[in-house]
Design a protein around this ligand. Structure first.
Ligand code: NAG
Length: 652
């Protein structure tokens, strides 16, 4: 009850981003070298994997022939979510010291000679990276290094990555200037880093205090391509670009000198606690989010109105009439949903499979609910890298028991006897499908030498989590589920099934199912756009308050649509509702899939087959889990509704 309220509070928070505070992350105080022992003077710069919108395959920093860091510098510890989702944070060769300006310092020089067979290969990897627009992602003080530019209306727009180079080719020019040459690639071998810090008086939880040193507020980068061949010169006057040579001739020599400059600027106007704002403000606007919520609310209100009308008016009338007929005053012939009372609780075909899907659906539902609740309370903010996915995975594993319990109870109420197969399937089917898809995609990534390929040890760890934690928990849940008495139904089932009259086009199963997914999908598709952007275009997603609200709305719409359609079908004397209720709301997943296809063709510029394969692989996992989620919501709503209405009519 309090959670939605808290989330609403947080929502309000989000729309006023300046108050964005991330719990659980302590600020780091920096100071000049030798000034104090209590603060650090070394500012560590980390490099993450490079990725692009034009391919799904990310690469680690050292896949490219950039300057490499000292061998023995440790990498930061990464959590499961980061490893599984391809983040690889590594130390970098760029050395920064707090409040020490650096001008044009050389990092290293990479030499290539035509007689070295590996030289051409290393250069062509660089060129491929530039031509596919791969982006660097650097991290300083747990914040992304951003590259900013001004839009036409004088607003600053910052993104969390920057290009590794630019090219002019086939009329396309990513260098944003008139090219000197057609068909040329330029590598960005110089970076201008601007680090803003807040020093002197600091504020924490409303308390002001004097601290020595300062805290980093933002790190911005401007990458440049500079030809240093004659002499190292990073001044603005040196406008000669460094062209990336490929396919060197046997005696040819070529080199790339990497340099950097750092400027520290004091800015006490920005508080440390709101340092993320300028990044988040560059993300899609909250107006659109409000619009999406409004849109979903309209759908919910409309549906709730319909359901309320049916419940209150039609159902009431039905029940009153049925019970009157029963008392024998008016011996009319029965019609409508009461007629099928002897059949509604007849166990469905493939009851085993349905109960397994429902068990897994419950697992996904609680995983989503709890993860979103945590996220919405701010524990899984963008600064806690990978925390969201780690949380989701751990929860999924731990929620094996509810899955086993639900699956077992439903299966038992279907009169099923093969309880061993039921438990095994519940613990193996859904995780098996997800793990299988993941494994196949990992093989592809691995063959491409991508950093997103999960190391073997992590794969073994995931398998162990599944087989040693999730499976036993499912068994425990199933044990309790089977030990309970089977669910009792309010009406008895007849020996002989009734004949179902011929249905009109609207009450046939397929049109009903296809229509069923439309409204729930209508509630989520605007949010979906942002979520897909955050997955595929490395935009940050932080509006978890909105997402939580949308999730609640999704649950309500799924439930209401299914109940509504279920009622219509029962009125048409079609009592095969078990599977239909699952499929009705589960069909939302099909729309999700279609939307992902649409996104693939309109938003992403992916051309190679491996990338497309991966994209659809990940999409399939998402669609499958979403189907389990929505299908189960629909089923349980309908189940509740049917038990309710048949328990109030008198049946002799
Ligand atoms: C670094 O350079 C900036 C800009 O030129 C200047 O404002 C600042 O005082 C310099 N900082 C130090 C420590 O020299």
């Amino acid at each position: 009850m309090y959670l939605p309220l808290l989330c609403l509070l947080f929502l309000w928070h989000e729309t006023r981003v300046e108050a964005f505070y991330l719990p659980g992350l302590a600020p780091v105080n920096y100071c000049r070298k030798g000034e104090s022992d209590t603060c650090k003077s070394e500012v560590l710069l980390y490099v993450n994997r490079l990725n692009t919108e034009e391919s799904v395959i990310p690469y680690e920093y050292n896949h490219f022939d950039f300057c490499q860091p000292d061998e023995n510098q440790p990498s930061p510890v990464e959590n499961l979510g980061q490893v599984v989702f391809g983040e690889r944070i590594r130390p970098s060769p760029y050395i920064l010291e707090f409040m020490k300006n650096i001008t044009c310092k050389e990092v290293c020089t990479r030499k290539y000679s035509g007689s070295d067979p590996s030289a051409n290969r290393r250069l062509s990897i660089l060129r491929k990276g530039i031509s596919l627009n791969y982006q660097h992602h650097w991290i300083v003080d747990n914040m992304p290094v951003t590259s900013c530019y001004e839009t036409e209306d004088q607003k600053q727009f910052c993104t969390t990555g920057f290009q590794m180079g630019c090219f002019a080719k086939d009329g396309r020019d990513t260098c944003l200037r008139t090219p000197d040459k057609q068909d040329a690639y330029y590598i960005y071998n110089h970076v201008d880093l601007t680090i803003t810090y807040h020093s002197g008086e600091q504020e924490e939880w409303g308390n002001k205090f004097k601290s020595n040193g300062g805290r980093i507020i933002s790190v911005k980068v401007v990458p440049r391509s500079i030809d240093h061949r004659d002499k190292i010169d990073c001044s603005k006057q040196n406008t000669k670009l460094l062209e990336l040579k490929t396919s060197l001739k046997p005696k040819e020599e070529y080199q790339i000198t990497y340099t950097y400059s750092v400027t520290f600027i004091q800015n006490n106007a920005v508080k440390w606690s709101s340092r993320w704002d300028y990044i988040l403000e560059s993300m899609p606007h909250t107006n659109i989010q409000w619009f999406s919520i409004l849109n979903s609310l309209v759908i919910v209100l409309f549906l709730s109105g319909m359901v309320a009308m049916i419940m209150l008016r039609t159902l009431h009338k039905d029940i009153a009439r049925y019970n009157q007929i029963d008392s024998g005053e008016d011996a009319q012939e029965e019609f409508g949903w009461k007629l099928v009372h002897g059949d509604v609780f007849r166990p469905p075909r493939k009851g085993m499979f349905l109960s397994v899907l429902l068990g897994s659906g419950v697992q996904v539902f609680f995983m989503t609910l709890v993860t979103l609740a945590f996220a919405c309370l701010g524990f899984l903010s963008p600064a806690n890298r990978g925390a969201l996915m780690t949380c989701a995975m751990v929860l999924y594993v731990l929620l094996g028991s509810p899955a086993g319990y639900v699956s077992a109870r439903i299966y038992k109420s279907f009169g099923g006897e093969k309880w061993k197969s039921n438990v095994l399937l519940t613990s193996m089917l859904a995780p098996g499908i997800v793990f299988g898809l993941f494994f196949v995609m990992n093989l592809v990534l691995w063959s491409k030498g991508s950093s997103a390929a999960v190391p073997f040890s992590t794969l073994v760890g995931l398998l162990a989590l599944w087989l040693l934690v999730s499976v036993p928990l499912t068994f425990v849940g199933a044990f309790f589920g089977f030990r309970k008495r089977a669910l009792e139904h309010p009406v008895r089932t007849n020996q002989i099934p009734r004949l179902i009259p011929e249905q009109s086009i609207y009450t046939q199963p397929i049109p009903g199912i296809v229509m069923g997914g439309v409204l729930p999908f209508g509630c989520i598709f605007i949010q979906l756009f942002f979520i897909l952007n955050s997955i595929w275009s490395s935009q940050m997603y932080y509006m978890f308050g909105f997402l939580f609200l949308v999730f609640i709305i999704l649950v309500i719409t799924c439930a209401e649509t299914t109940i509504l359609l279920c009622y219509f079908h029962l009125c048409a004397e079609d009592y095969h509702w078990w599977w239909r209720s699952y499929l009705t709301s589960g069909f939302t997943a099909v729309y999700l899939f279609l939307y992902c296809c649409h996104y693939f063709f309109t938003k992403l510029q992916i051309e190679d087959t491996a990338s497309a394969f991966l994209y659809f692989g990940y999409t399939l996992i998402m669609v499958f889990l979403f189907n389990l989620l929505t299908g189960s919501i629909g089923f349980f709503a309908c189940f509740w509704f049917i038990r309710k209405i048949y328990s109030v009519v008198k049946v002799d």
